[in-house]
Every structure is written in structure tokens, then in C-alpha cells.
Design a protein around this ligand. Structure first.
Ligand SMILES: *Cc1c(COP(=O)(O)O)cnc(C)c1O
Length: 376
């Protein structure tokens, strides 16, 4: 059996170990410490935002972001349907209701026209949505200019789920820095990892300070433990932040490698009709966290994305269908949805290919040959 090729596996650069050793040598093995401060500064500098809070996960970051915007039980929050469940779950944690919006075809992210339609429809029921959560899927930026325009028109704040898009940008401006708050993730399969972790980035110092406060059990300033608010245990540990500092040194290289994976697949499948790629709109730069293809069985003489997935699985190669939209998830079946069929079609025909920044040329060739064999 050939070695396993993973969809997206952790890729250490080298300096991580040094920073972790530093944490051990100084006995900073706590959910605060110099590496946490340093990592926050690295993130703010990289995304050109003023402030960052390092947290235990991207999900925790989203949860705190919603709390910052005052989301409470019974409120409605608009969320992209085509995404990972972690974009929507924190809405439910608060007893609020997610309202799902479908995607457009240019970026596969929240459709600004359907967003407007959804807001109008919710206003008509007497409810003003409390927040809008667009997602930059697989690293491709959503159409932020148009989404922000609609959000401004109706005076609704935007939380950007940039968990998959660290290092992506529109006209040089970092994803995560467009909304009131931006969410990042450093889970094991993301473009950089702290083994598990996340962050909030923002221009708003109050939001970031308050998030750090709530993330450390909402301890009031007192020698004893005193609390006037419900807190959370959501802070990143100094050991994880040490890994993160090392990863920041190789982030740009990871992006180059992932973009090279995408270009490799694109040229490898250039002659195959029915297999298509998502291109970057002008001014958009994707970190190409995952390389994805769409497979149109009408043009491939019947070969489906599932045929490709199962074919590659036989050669020990991991691929995965695109995210199953939230409006099709049993757990969210009672949530309102404003759609046009795009997300459903993407789910039906889309496949994520192995995309790690540590793939070898041999790995990439195995994937390409595996797919070409199916089309031979
Ligand atoms: C990974 C991810 C998250 C959650 O981040 P965790 O750090 O795993 O909690 C949220 N949204 C999207 C779109 C993600 O891909």
C-alpha cells in the first residue's frame, strides 16, 4: 500500500520547537504569557489590524464575537449556508437563530443579493438581524465590498469568518480586517496550526479587551475571585502560542506552496472536460487553503466527484466533498433559508483535493495520475 496522502496535515517550519522550549525553560505553561502576547502582535501586524486576542479555537472566537455584538436568546443572525458547522454553532450556543443565505458562483461565498433579500424578509417579520457572518471558503474571499454595502444600508454589523483565509486578501487588504471583528482558526488542518486555537482580530480595542476578559472567566479586578459576568475558559495557552509564533514565520511559504498545489492541479487537468476550478476575481488573492474542483457529470461522460473520491481512496489518498450546506443539515432544519440552489450544486459536484503545504511532487503526481486514470 502506498503511503497515505492527507487532505491537509500540520506542517512545522522548525522554529516552533525553539519557542516551545522557551516556554518550558521559563515555566510559562499557562493560558497567558509572553508567547501569547507575541503571537497576538504577530497576528495584528500580519493582518494590519490594531488588535488581536489569541483564543482556544476559532469556534470560541466566533462565540465571543457574537457576545460582543450583544446577540441574545431569540435574536436572529445571518450566516452563510455553505460552510463548516462551526460558523453557525455559536449562534445556537446563545439561543439565537441562524438565518442561512446561499452562495454566488464567483467566490462560492455569501450572495450579496440574497443577503439583501433575506434582510428584507426578516424585517418584514418584525426582526432586525443582529449580525451577518460571511465566510471565505477554502481561502477565497467573499465579495466583501458588496456585502458591506448591504450591511451598511441596513445598519447590521459584520463578523468575518476568516478561519480558512489567513493570508488571503482583496486589493492587498487582509481578510478578517473588513468586518467589525474577524475570526481566525489554527486547528490542525488549517494553513497554520497551533495544534488547536483561534483568534479574534479587530480595530476595536474595547471588543478585544472585553473578549480577553470573558475568555479568562471574567475575573473582576480584586485580590479574591470576583465575578459580575458569566465568563468562559477560552484563552490560548502559552505553549500553543509558542507553536503559533514559529508558524507565523512560515505562513507566507505555506501560502506559496498551497497556491502552487492549485496551479499544479489546474495544469494537470487542463485537458479534462467537465473538471473546473474556481478562479480569483480581479484583485482577489486566495491562500488556496484547499484546492477544489467541480465535476460536471454531463461533461465527464458520467464520472462524478464520488467516483473520483472513491477511486483515490483505493490508492490511500484522502479527498473530501465540499462542505454540506447548513440549510441541508438535520440540526438546522428549522432555520430560515434564502437560496438559489448554488450551495446545493457545489456540494453535489465539488471535491477538495490533497492540499497540504508539505505535499511532495511525488504526492501531487500520484493524485493527478489517479484522476487521469479514471478519465482514461
Ligand atoms: C475551522 C473553521 C472554524 C472553526 O475553527 P476551530 O478552530 O476548529 O474551532 C470556523 N469556521 C470555518 C469556516 C472553519 O473552517
Amino acid at each position: 500500500m502506498n503511503d497515505k496522502i492527507w487532505l491537509s496535515s500540520p506542517h512545522m517550519g522548525g522554529a516552533e520547537q525553539k519557542y516551545v522550549n522557551e516556554a518550558f525553560d521559563t515555566n510559562w505553561i499557562a493560558p497567558l504569557g509572553p508567547h501569547v502576547d507575541g503571537f497576538e502582535q504577530d497576528l495584528a501586524a500580519y493582518t494590519k489590524t490594531k488588535h488581536a486576542a489569541a483564543l482556544s479555537s476559532g469556534t470560541a472566537a466566533l462565540h465571543l464575537a457574537l457576545i460582543m455584538l450583544g446577540v441574545k436568546a431569540g435574536d436572529e443572525v445571518i450566516c452563510q449556508s455553505m460552510t463548516f458547522s462551526a460558523s453557525a454553532n455559536p449562534i445556537a450556543y446563545l439561543g439565537a437563530v441562524p438565518v442561512f443565505v446561499d452562495s454566488e458562483r464567483e467566490t462560492w461565498n455569501m450572495c450579496p443579493d440574497l443577503l439583501r433579500e433575506a434582510i428584507k424578509a426578516r424585517f418584514a417579520t418584525g426582526k432586525k438581524p443582529k449580525a451577518i457572518i460571511p465566510v471565505h471558503l477554502y481561502g477565497m474571499p467573499a465579495q466583501m465590498d458588496r456585502i458591506l454595502e448591504v450591511a451598511k444600508e441596513y445598519d447590521i454589523p459584520v463578523i468575518e469568518d476568516a478561519a480558512e483565509a489567513l493570508g488571503s486578501s482583496i486589493n492587498g487588504r487582509a481578510m478578517g480586517s473588513f468586518g467589525i471583528l474577524g475570526v481566525l482558526s489554527f486547528n490542525g488542518n488549517k494553513i497554520i496550526t497551533t495544534s488547536g486555537g483561534g483568534a479574534l482580530i479587530s480595530e476595536n480595542e474595547d471588543h478585544i479587551k472585553k473578549s480577553r476578559f470573558l475568555a479568562t472567566q471574567a475575573r473582576d479586578a480584586a485580590p479574591h475571585y470576583q465575578h459580575t459576568e458569566i465568563g468562559y475558559n477560552y484563552r490560548m495557552s502559552n505553549v500553543c502560542a509558542a507553536i503559533g509564533r514559529g508558524q507565523m514565520e512560515v505562513l507566507d511559504q505555506h501560502i506559496e506552496n498551497r497556491r502552487a498545489n492549485f496551479n499544479f492541479y489546474k495544469s494537470a487537468f487542463a485537458g479534462i472536460s467537465g473538471v473546473s476550478f474556481l478562479e480569483e476575481p480581479e484583485g482577489y488573492r486566495s491562500n488556496r487553503w484547499l484546492s477544489t474542483i467541480l465535476v460536471d457529470p454531463e461533461l465527464t461522460s458520467g464520472i462524478t466527484r464520488e467516483d473520483i473520491r472513491l477511486g483515490l481512496e483505493k490508492d490511500n489518498i484522502e479527498t473530501r466533498p465540499l462542505w454540506k450546506p447548513m440549510h441541508l443539515q438535520p440540526v438546522f432544519e428549522n432555520s430560515p433559508f434564502y437560496g438559489n440552489g448554488v450551495a446545493e450544486e457545489l456540494f453535489k459536484n465539488g471535491l477538495c483535493l490533497p492540499s497540504g503545504s508539505n505535499l511532495t511532487q511525488n504526492d501531487l503526481s500520484r493524485v493527478a495520475n489517479g484522476i487521469k486514470k479514471l478519465f482514461a
